[in-house]
Design a protein around this ligand. Structure first.
Ligand code: SF4
Length: 308
């Protein structure tokens, strides 16, 4: 797969657009690597709107890497409460401890150091080091994937290995020499605000002049959406026990629920008002289950006999 390039003019336009339209998010106030790192970890699996207020709370509780490393795990989890995916908080604290133990609490601009930290993958590494130190490292996440696929008319399966490799290579190839962190953020911001999944605002896009999907009218087909799972029609066969005008399912003998003795489930968790709670009903249902079991055993023996 060929790795495309972006013209210097398009890069300039994208950065100028970012300067005008970037949302004033709390982690964009400065280039502090600790703040950027915490924000990027929080933003994994959580929306910007949900993270923004929680970010300040976390920073108030653990203002720097030393404070986080020294904190009790339960205290960190408490501040993280409500955001889910608690493994992120545990890894963040553990990584802070490693940075304090091995590097005296410094956050180095060396990708090799970050690669060894728990919870730090290629995306976090690129995001923190490009934004904090302007290291020439790419980032690829949901928004950049969409923008890059449309920009270069990449119609392959985004989840496939070859397209994943293409995305990282392309994101690296189009980086400018300066303002790398801003450029990475600009691509993500463009995907969040303009090149949205359903209604990309192409007339107001700074990359419209070079966008191949726009030129070919393919915006709504790129990136390719995963095929919907086929609808499976299921037919169930159920044995129903009746007693004194009341009835209840006793055993499913076919379909997906085949073999599930509802009767036994009813015994485990009976609820008031349900017909199978009466003793007479239980007796009838038990008889039906035993009878059905005997029939199934006879059928199984017969089949075994005929196999010979
Ligand atoms: S021109 Fe349209 S499809 Fe192309 S990158 Fe911009 S918003 Fe996305």
């Amino acid at each position: 797969m060929k790795t495309p390039t972006l013209s210097p003019t398009a890069r300039r336009k994208l950065l100028a657009w970012f300067d005008r339209h970037a949302r004033p998010l709390p982690w964009r106030r400065d280039r502090d690597p600790y703040r950027i790192w915490v924000s990027e970890v929080m933003l994994q699996q959580t929306t910007v709107a949900a993270v923004a207020p929680r970010f300040e709370q976390f920073l108030a509780a653990f203002p720097d890497v030393r404070a986080l490393a020294a904190a009790d795990e339960q205290a960190v989890l408490k501040v993280w409460e409500g955001m889910g995916y608690y493994g992120r908080a545990r890894n963040l604290r553990r990584a802070a401890q490693i940075l304090v133990e091995r590097y005296g609490g410094a956050l180095p601009d060396d990708p090799a150091v970050w690669a060894e930290l728990p919870g730090v993958g290629r995306y976090i590494r690129g995001a923190v080091l490009s934004q904090a130190f302007d290291r020439r490292l790419p980032v690829v996440e949901a928004n950049t994937k969409r923008v890059l696929c449309r920009l270069f008319a990449q119609a392959g399966d985004v989840a496939s290995g070859p397209v994943q490799s293409w995305l990282w290579e392309t994101a690296a190839a189009i980086l400018p020499k300066k303002r790398v962190g801003d450029f990475n953020q600009a691509l993500m911001e463009l995907g969040a605000l303009v090149c949205t999944p359903d209604e990309p605002d192409c007339p107001n896009c700074p990359l419209k002049a070079e966008c191949l999907a726009r030129r070919e009218g393919l915006q709504d087909r790129i990136p390719r959406r995963p095929a919907r799972p086929a609808v499976v029609e299921v037919r169930e066969v159920c044995v129903v026990a009746r007693h004194k005008g009341r009835s209840a399912p006793v055993w499913f003998v076919g379909g997906l629920a085949g073999g599930i003795p509802l009767f036994l489930l009813a015994l485990i968790a009976p609820r008031a008002g349900q017909p199978w709670r009466s003793r007479a009903f239980l007796a009838v249902a038990l008889f039906a289950v035993i009878a059905l079991f005997v029939i199934l055993v006879i059928v199984a023996i017969s089949e075994a006999h005929f196999t010979y």
